[in-house]
Design a protein. Structure first.
Length: 316
């Protein structure tokens, strides 16, 4: 018998009480009485032989051991819930995998292509979580990640192995109307691209996570741009795309993330001088992948992803 495994009821009470630091709020969430929650946690502490909470002037607070244990319990309960939901929905006959990815890449590049993978592997379920920074795989319920960063950042992610997928190529784009006053075009002709010096006079849109993006682009073009750091800042490429399409300015965006906007003519290339960014996309997997039953599906997804990335790199 596994006598050292506490009951799920006790763990659920402890996790809720730890998250709220309140027996009362935990009881309300779990539809139990406060005394029932208290009894479950007392029984858990007796089983562990460790004090999880201590009283203070402000109520119940976690001990150091309680804080560490609460993080582990939260992961365990999330894993049980995810697996239970998959079974209830009759999902994952070919394996269920969870992938972390940067948000714009996930919505603009990965999700539109994901049906192709699912057609080839109809029994596999792919969960996608949003994550922008490195994390400890042992603390997150994900099997792998698609990471955007420099080669050095990818190498420095501890406990992982990185596989390069594709470089990030950025181009200046804007709404077509913004170019009307910047360049002359003949009757019936498409909007013309402008030179870097002309572009330097247009309003620029900045990405807050890459504040020197425009300066690097103008330096590569050999153009003095006193206003390279000016303009409103947005965090995500998707936000930049919306602002640029609305005519607010010119943005530096990878074409692969705005394929639909370019196809519909909502965005146009303002200056045909792409720049290879310092970042690239990497397939990150933990050195010891868990759980074992997900490995065939994870390997299939990784192989498919590398193939799709290679195709995108050719056409970008």
């Amino acid at each position: 018998m596994r006598r050292m495994i506490p009951s799920t009821q006790a763990l659920a009470c402890f996790e809720a009480a730890a998250r709220h630091e309140s027996y009362t709020r935990a009881a309300q969430e779990l539809a139990l009485t406060q005394s029932a929650v208290s009894r479950q946690i007392i029984a858990l502490e007796e089983q562990l032989g460790v004090q999880l909470f201590k009283r203070s002037r402000h109520g119940m607070v976690l001990t150091v051991a309680g804080h560490q244990y609460s993080q582990q319990v939260a992961q365990w309960l999330q894993g049980i819930e995810r697996g239970t939901l998959d079974i209830m929905a009759h999902q994952g006959a070919g394996g269920a995998i969870s992938i972390a990815a940067v948000p714009t890449f996930a919505t603009r590049w990965l999700l539109p292509r994901l049906p192709q993978f699912l057609q080839q592997h109809p029994g596999v379920v792919v969960h996608i979580d949003v994550q922008t920074r490195p994390f400890a795989f042992a603390e997150r319920l994900v099997d792998a990640a698609i990471y955007a960063g420099t080669a050095e950042q990818a190498r420095q992610w501890p406990g992982t192995q990185a596989t390069w997928l594709m470089d990030e190529l950025i181009v200046p784009v804007c709404g077509p109307r913004l170019l009307e006053g910047a360049t002359q075009r003949g009757r019936g002709r498409a909007y013309l691209t402008v030179s870097p010096p002309v572009l330097a006079q247009l309003p620029l849109l900045q990405q807050s996570t890459r504040p020197d993006g425009w300066r690097k682009w103008f330096d590569a073009a050999g153009v003095q741009a006193p206003h390279a750091l000016d303009g409103p800042r947005y965090e995500l490429f998707s936000m930049l795309a919306v602002a640029a399409a609305a005519g607010m300015g010119v943005a530096l965006i990878p074409p692969m993330l705005i394929e639909d906007e370019l196809a519909r003519g909502e965005l146009v290339v303002a200056c045909d001088q792409p720049l290879k960014g310092s970042r690239a996309y990497y397939w990150m997997t933990p050195l010891a992948t868990e759980p074992m039953h997900a490995q065939p599906a994870l390997q299939a997804f990784g192989n498919w992803l590398k193939g799709r990335a290679a195709g995108s790199a050719i056409h970008t």
